[in-house]
Write a protein that binds this ligand. Structure first.
Ligand code: PMT
Length: 397
């Protein structure tokens, strides 16, 4: 059983870490806690000591310890897993820059393996470029970041920055890996179809939906490959092929298709490209101009005939009207196991948002509704349904 070292920094979400410790203890792990001085203003060390049945460590120069104990070194060597929850903007900034000015940050410098960070802070602090830069830096150092949730915060602001729920963190740390050994290919983001060296045809897809699926699939143990158009979210930590056009996306999907168990096409592929690309910038010589467009290949339709009976193919349907009717047509025409339909006429879901609301239409005629939830939760719903079908097709149920 791995030993868990939990770093607690100063934020109201400290109360959630008590539950995380309790869950780890119940699962049979030995848990030790390091608190920053600010964390002690929200929760007392005694609370964690009572839950973990171990001393909660706070001060780097604590009196009364045996002289042969060097806390930050001994704790780092003792820990098999190191989780910092809540991780404040301040502590993450220090760690991203190698600052060691308290017991927690000193222990981080000694610890040799990746650390799991569960950020928690006000929405503007989270969005601040300094915080985002530090998060990127931590990810580049090999650490794992558990994305915060969206919702109402203690400061009454609404948005992204809530610490992930303790049950969710526990699941990520200790949960079983239902997709272990399963190869999943996810497409994400828009494609870009150039008109001339300056202009292009594209759409509003940010890549959030596809990346959420890829990250969740990884957390569930899958071997994940992402084929991504020019997305506006980080692809850090993902095994990714970057493409620009629909033709390039088709080629990248085809190249891996025979090894894929589950394909999830979340990308918003441009349906048309220019018939003739101009390698010189088109001059604005007349009041009107027309550009001739031709159809891009439909990736799902193109590969439909190569689909193996044991493979699961999932498509999305981005609809602004007659959602059900249009999605069902695509489900059939693209030979899919199920299609995930979202209403992209709504501003609060679909393109660019952190949340989505989807209807899933299965080829056996059944339907599931998600309600409006975070894209990571939509990802979970899609993956659990894809896994069920994969198991049924491969005789493992
Ligand atoms: O990226 P985000 O900002 O998070 O936004 C998420 C999203 C709105 C892009 C996503 O939820 C979504 O709906 N993705 C599919 C967008 C789309 O292209 O839908 P469609 O109805 O036009 O296409 C149906 C399916 O065919 C899709 O799986 C699509 O990937 C696929 N397709 C489309 C065109 C094409 N030439 N080849 C394809 O394979």
């Amino acid at each position: 059983m791995p030993n868990y070292l939990i770093g607690v920094t100063g934020g109201i979400a400290c109360y959630k870490t008590i539950t995380l410790c309790r869950l780890l203890m119940k699962a049979g792990h030995d848990v030790r806690v390091i608190m920053t001085d600010n964390a002690c203003k929200f929760v007392t060390p005694l609370t964690f000591e009572t839950i973990t049945r171990n001393r909660a460590y706070v001060d780097e120069f604590d009196a009364g310890l045996a002289p042969d104990i060097i806390e930050h070194i001994d704790l780092a060597n003792w820990a098999d897993e190191f989780v910092i929850a809540p991780a404040t903007a301040n502590s993450m900034a220090k760690i991203a820059n190698g600052i060691a000015d308290n017991l927690l940050t000193s222990t981080v410098l000694v610890y040799k393996k990746p650390i799991v960070f569960s950020p928690a802070m006000n929405v503007d602090m989270y969005a601040n470029v300094a915080t985002q830069t530090n998060l990127k830096r931590l990810a580049e150092m090999g650490h794992q970041i558990i994305e915060p949730g969206v919702g109402e915060m203690a400061c009454q602001a609404e948005g992204k920055g809530r610490m992930a729920e303790p049950e969710e963190i526990f699941q990520m740390l200790c949960g079983d890996m239902p997709l272990e050994g399963v190869n999943i290919l996810v497409t994400a983001g828009p494609t870009v179809e150039p008109i001339d060296p300056v202009r292009y045809i594209s759409n509003r897809s940010s890549g959030k939906m596809g990346v959420a699926i890829a990250k969740k699939a990884m957390a569930m143990g899958a071997n994940v490959k992402v084929v991504a158009g020019p997305v506006s979210v980080s692809l850090e930590g993902l095994n990714c092929v970057s493409v620009q056009t629909a033709d390039e996306m088709l080629a990248a999907v085809k190249a891996d298709l025979s090894k894929v168990n589950i394909l999830i096409m979340a990308a918003a592929v441009a349906d048309y490209k220019v018939s003739e690309y101009s390698d010189k910038k088109i001059k604005k010589n007349s009041e009107n101009m027309s550009i001739e467009l031709e159809k891009n290949p439909d990736i799902l339709k193109t590969i439909a005939s190569d689909k193996d009976v044991k493979q699961v193919f999932v498509g999305f349907a981005a609809e602004s009207n007659d959602v059900r009717e249009n999605a069902l047509k695509k489900l059939d025409a693209k030979n899919l196991d199920f299609i995930v339909a979202n209403d992209i006429s709504r501003e609060d879901i679909g393109f660019e948002t952190d949340q989505n609301e989807v209807s899933i239409y299965f080829s056996d005629g059944t339907t599931t509704e998600s309600g409006k939830i975070e894209k990571s939760k939509v990802a979970e719903l899609i993956l659990s349904n894809a896994l069920k079908l994969y198991k049924a097709k491969n005789g493992t149920v």
